[in-house]
Design a protein around this ligand. Structure first.
Ligand SMILES: C[S@@+](CC[C@H](N)C(=O)[O-])C[C@H]1O[C@@H](n2cnc3c(N)ncnc32)[C@H](O)[C@@H]1O
Length: 336
């Protein structure tokens, strides 16, 4: 019998499993592998060959980037789960899943076992993902399959309750492959969650995917409170959020400094074939706390962007605003 790992313990289990990867590896060698990986990614345009070529590449990816991609996907899934109360994925397909960050994030969001398939074209990433997943009883049966994203990608389905995730992948694809992966996800999934880096380009790719999903009949569940056109003027701003990530000694070594955490910026869209219950509005910037008031930048159902000022006069709402975070739904749900 194995001890079950609760969603709350999943992040800790992942952290321990990733720390174990570096055991026995001289810290300098680990830092060099990370620097090589960063250099390989820098200025890269999509090519015909995987960036993650061997074990040292994937160990560097898992130890250095996976904690951040995990937290970003977990944060997106938390907002998504709030918009689909009662819905639990019956199965999960993670496309371009690499070492499996999204499978851990799903485990950290919804308890229980479900069939999970991770698809990627980099065999060393899949092999390491399988190794790391051995630490989580619910992830030991995950199927790790080699597949290339392209026009021929077929994820099967539609299946009744499949969740398809595509996390930090669109960035690595050609325009045509980006369209193919979103179309394949829409054909297979009842719900699709796409996460990208929280940069202007990442946001643009998310909006492109969002439009495609809506075109395929999906409803946006999060972060947007609506499925209409995004009110942000392209080029003027970009919708993104932030997830806190604990820094490991490897991070401190590569990036310098002694901060115990860093903030991973990400953009995302979560969409469903069934009507979701999106937030009335969402806080789209870090709230600004002033003396006696909190300023909240909100995306609303209209759809429009608005700055709300919540003051002491608002009583419990003011207290809630002081506790509110960038990315939260607003107003907060009441327990009535
Ligand atoms: C930045 S990693 C993200 C991995 C994982 N989804 C995460 O969030 O940590 C991008 C992944 O996409 C995979 N990938 C890129 N292009 C691909 C393609 N054309 N077909 C299949 N996988 C691809 C890479 O091998 C890599 O594992």
């Amino acid at each position: 019998m194995t001890t079950p790992v609760s969603p709350a313990q999943t992040a800790e289990t992942l952290r321990d499993a990733l720390a174990g990867l570096l055991d026995g590896l001289p810290p300098k060698a680990a830092a060099q592998a990370v620097e090589r990986l960063i250099a390989n990614y820098r200025g890269r345009t999509p090519t015909d060959a995987p960036v993650l070529r061997d074990r040292s590449d994937v160990v560097a990816y898992a130890a250095y980037r996976m904690p951040a991609t995990f937290e970003a996907v977990r944060s997106a899934l938390a907002a998504f789960a709030d918009a689909v109360p009662g819905w639990v994925p019956g199965s999960h397909v993670d496309v371009g899943g690499g070492t499996g960050a999204a499978t851990w994030a799903v485990g950290a969001t919804w308890a229980g076992r479900r069939p999970v398939t991770v698809l990627d074209w980099a065999e060393p990433a899949l092999a390491l993902g399988r190794e790391i997943a051995a630490a989580h009883p619910d992830l030991r049966a995950v199927e790790w399959k080699r597949a290339r994203i392209g026009a021929a990608l077929d994820l099967g389905g539609p299946d009744t309750d499949t969740l398809v995730t595509v996390s930090y992948v669109l960035n690595e694809l050609t325009d045509a492959d980006r369209a193919s992966v979103v179309d394949a996800a829409a054909a297979a999934g009842r719900a699709v969650v796409i996460v990208e880096p929280g940069t202007p380009d990442g946001y643009a790719r998310v909006i492109e995917a969002r439009d495609r999903l809506i075109g395929a009949g999906f409803h946006v569940a999060a972060p947007c409170p609506h499925s209409a056109t995004c009110p942000i003027v392209p080029g003027e701003d970009w919708c993104h959020f932030s997830a806190r990530v604990s820094r490991s000694s490897l991070h401190r070594q590569v990036k310098g400094g002694s901060l115990a955490y860093e903030d991973e910026k990400f953009a995302y869209v979560a969409a469903t074939r069934f009507p979701p219950a999106p937030a009335a509005s969402r806080i789209v910037r870090r709230p600004q706390i002033r003396k006696g008031q909190v300023l909240l930048d909100l995306c609303e159902t209209e759809p429009s962007l608005r700055r709300a000022t919540v003051t002491k006069r608002h009583g419990p709402l003011y207290r809630a605003a002081r506790d509110a975070d960038w990315g939260d739904a607003w107003p907060p749900a009441t327990d009535e």
